[in-house]
Design a protein around this ligand. Structure first.
Ligand code: 5GP
Length: 190
């Protein structure tokens, strides 16, 4: 999505540790025009696929998931992160290793909000090593729901995780796909 790529080139900041900071338009201060356009683009990509629910993970996935949910007219469910492993039987739960905090979290959704009838589109802001996505796919599997596909705002292709998961048959669409990045610049997949 050219509009997102241009914004990343103008305002994204590459930090040590292969982190791209996008706080000026996505992760803290939100460019709502761009966000709405990203939601519409996700809706276009998954039009006619029978999606009944969008699932994301708190916190940074929620805004883009909501934009996509509004554009598609479907509800949005966000998985919650808990530090304690104390989860009860009312939730589906999995463990995710956080890329940004280098910690393990329990990630849970209430069994009330995800069912075997659901056709799920997973949405997140970044795809790096794929741990968040694998955790969300585990929750979808536990519910017996169907995974329709994945929409990611910014994929860091150089980790290989997205292509590995595509190889396993998961449909992953990225609005911006970064092939390489350093303080000297960012190269997108063409
Ligand atoms: P993964 O689980 O794929 O390794 O990482 C995905 C999660 O880590 C996303 O939910 C996102 O919040 C965070 N993340 C990964 N890479 C970046 C990055 O370069 N910048 C920011 N802001 N967040 C990232």
């Amino acid at each position: 999505m050219k509009q997102l790529e241009d914004k990343i080139l103008r305002e994204g900041v590459v930090l040590p540790g292969d982190i791209l900071k996008v706080g000026s338009f996505l992760n803290q201060n939100i460019d709502t025009t761009l966000l709405a356009d990203m939601g519409s683009e996700i809706a276009r990509l998954f039009d006619g696929q029978g999606v009944t629910k969008i699932v994301t993970i708190e916190a940074s996935g929620i805004a883009i998931a909501a934009a996509a949910g509004i554009a598609m007219g479907v509800p949005v469910l966000f998985a919650k992160k808990h530090k304690s492993s104390n989860v009860d039987g009312s939730v589906y739960s999995t463990v995710v290793h956080s890329f940004t905090h280098n910690e393990d979290y329990n990630v849970v959704v209430s069994r009330d909000y995800l069912s075997a009838d659901d056709h799920v589109l997973l949405v997140d802001d970044f795809l790096a090593n794929g741990k968040a996505l694998e955790g969300l796919i585990d929750l979808v599997d536990q519910a017996g729901a169907t995974l329709t596909g994945v929409a990611i705002a910014i994929e860091k292709c150089f980790t290989g995780a997205g292509d590995r998961m595509r190889g396993q048959g998961v449909r992953i669409e990225s609005l911006a796909a970064i092939e390489a990045m350093s303080e000297d610049g960012i190269v997108f997949r063409s």
